[in-house]
Design a protein around this ligand. Structure first.
Ligand SMILES: Cc1cc2nc3c(=O)[nH]c(=O)nc-3n(C[C@H](O)[C@H](O)[C@H](O)COP(=O)(O)OP(=O)(O)OC[C@H]3O[C@@H](n4cnc5c(N)ncnc54)[C@H](O)[C@@H]3O)c2cc1C
Length: 473
């Protein structure tokens, strides 16, 4: 049932999910299917979390925020935990491009194609390439592997900044990983992406989330939007309810899909946790945030075939810190050809979204005027960067605007607008939450590997199993 904004919640629940991101929704769907009484509470006025979109000019333009590319594993996850219709709409992005001062390469972003490029374009010995991929494949989350990304690349490709850029830059763009992060995070994220290429949802995020909403309702999940949970209520270190708009709703278990730091440090009374656990939660580092420029084109505009996903940079070499600069030199263009992205809509307009990984503190420090001019400058620089691939774009452009880490923070409640959750240490706190407070679980972007569309959805699966066995005890 969809509980309207004004309607009171008048039931008790087996499980309440705080937040309707991909992890929260997937967990809610599985638990609803199992026959548990599930309440899904979302602070925003729509489902999806970061898997979201917005309209402009009376819906003539639609912009997808995070539908840029995800691994093939999403097909299996959607088929098993959502439905066939959703899974069948997932299609491969065939044309991924890199363009920077060190190389211009087109790839299908598969292991086979990457192997070929490393050997033929970058002239790496075939046995080294094989050894590198074998090493990635053997990486195991449970091994105490202390190697960093930087050490991993130095081991296989010493002194080859161009190769590191080819292998690492998409991941830095995607989730802010640096050469100092544990190599296991790279191993898992990149192996996922590389096995079978990069995929997208045909129809657009709005269509996907509507289909997910229908499925949730079919599985008897109660959904309430604009319902920000203020507090998690406990008794004797056991969850008993959530407070929404001053009213307590009783529940036997909770999955928080909010940020793990906010969940532990802001939503639950501190006395529920051991001091060691609180210390660990306080030490979790947040991931970086995102800037985006959304460009919508006039009716009838035919975009040049410039690729589906284009990783561009004007910076001479690969320096992860430079990717995060306020003065952007690197950006990823997601190109939405209307006939491919929204074939169901004959009036769909062409759109391009430029994404950049960036630091919250750079943007938070700006005064109102400086913030506005920094945004205007970012838009202008993005248009200039895009003109290389679409020379007369300004003749076709109808609407353009920008989002910054401040925007991300406002809409998603993630502290500092963190777009991929937390660094690696967040995973341990998230997974052990239920050992501190009985019945309290977390599912959402943490630890780099449990983030992104697939990571978040799969983490929802893992945690829904934990909750099901907890409730069945
Ligand atoms: C610009 C950008 C581009 C991206 N591109 C890609 C990409 O190409 N591929 C990819 O795989 N991933 C991408 N991602 C990342 C991906 O979108 C996220 O990792 C994933 O969607 C996160 O899902 P989640 O379940 O962690 O929840 P989130 O999306 O973080 O959602 C959490 C939800 O909880 C709600 N909430 C929080 N606190 C409360 C509360 N107290 N009460 C009620 N509700 C609450 C929030 O409103 C939100 O809706 C991108 C992210 C960004 C920002």
């Amino acid at each position: 049932m969809l509980i309207s904004v004004r309607q009171e919640i008048d039931s008790d629940y087996d499980v309440t999910i705080i937040g309707a991101g991909l992890a929260g929704m997937t967990a809610a769907n599985i638990l609803g299917r199992h026959g548990f009484k599930v309440l899904l509470l979302e602070a925003h006025n729509k489902l999806g979390g970061f898997a979201t979109w917005f309209y402009r000019d009376s819906r003539q333009h639609v912009f997808d925020i995070s539908l840029h590319g995800f691994p093939a594993g999403m097909i299996k996850t959607c088929r098993k935990y959502w439905n066939k219709e959703i899974a069948d709409s997932i299609v491969q992005l065939k044309d991924v491009r890199f363009d920077n001062p060190q190389f211009s390469v087109q790839t299908e972003f598969t292991k086979t194609d990457f192997t070929q490029k490393l050997i033929e374009h970058f002239k790496i010995a075939p046995d080294v390439v094989t050894a590198f991929f074998e090493h990635l494949a053997q990486m195991n989350f449970y091994d105490q592997n202390q190697m960093t990304n930087g050490e991993l690349f130095e081991k296989f490709f010493p002194g080859r900044n161009d190769v590191v850029r080819f292998l690492m830059e998409p991941i830095t763009y995607a989730n802010g990983s640096t050469l100092e992060d544990p190599a296991i995070t790279y191993g898992i994220v990149f192996s996922n992406f590389m096995s079978k290429g990069v995929y997208t949802f045909k129809g657009g995020t709005d269509v996907l989330i509507e289909k997910m909403k229908e499925e949730l309702l079919k599985n008897n999940v109660d959904i309430k939007l604009q319902a920000r949970v203020e507090k998690i209520v406990t008794e004797n270190k056991q969850v008993t309810g959530v407070v929404v708009k001053g009213k307590t709703v009783k529940t036997r278990a909770i999955i928080s899909n909010g940020n793990i730091r906010s969940t532990v440090l802001n939503m639950v009374d501190e006395e529920n946790f051991s001091s060691a656990f609180i210390e660990k939660a306080k030490n979790i580092r947040l991931n970086t945030s995102s800037c985006q420029v959304y460009m919508g084109f006039k009716a009838g505009t035919v975009l040049p075939k410039m690729g589906d996903l284009v990783f561009t940079s004007s910076y001479p070499t690969y320096v992860p810190e430079r990717l995060l600069d306020l003065k952007v030199s690197s950006r990823t263009f997601s190109v939405y050809y209307p006939e491919d992205t929204r074939p169901q809509d004959p009036n769909a307009r062409a759109a391009i979204v430029s994404s950049t990984n960036c630091r919250y503190e750079h943007w938070a420090a700006l005064s109102k005027d400086d913030y506005e001019s920094a945004k205007a400058e970012m838009i202008e620089d993005t248009l200039k960067g895009l003109e290389k691939y679409f020379p007369d774009l300004r003749d076709h452009l109808e609407t353009v605007e920008a989002a910054t880490p401040r925007t991300v923070e406002r809409y998603t409640l993630h502290p500092q607008g963190s777009s991929f959750g937390t660094k690696f240490e967040g995973l341990e706190v998230s997974m052990n939450l239920h050992k501190e407070v009985h019945g309290l679980f977390h599912a959402g972007s943490v630890g780099i590997i449990m983030s992104g569309w697939l990571g978040a959805a799969n983490y929802g699966v893992i945690q829904s199993n934990e909750v099901a066995s907890y409730l069945s005890k």
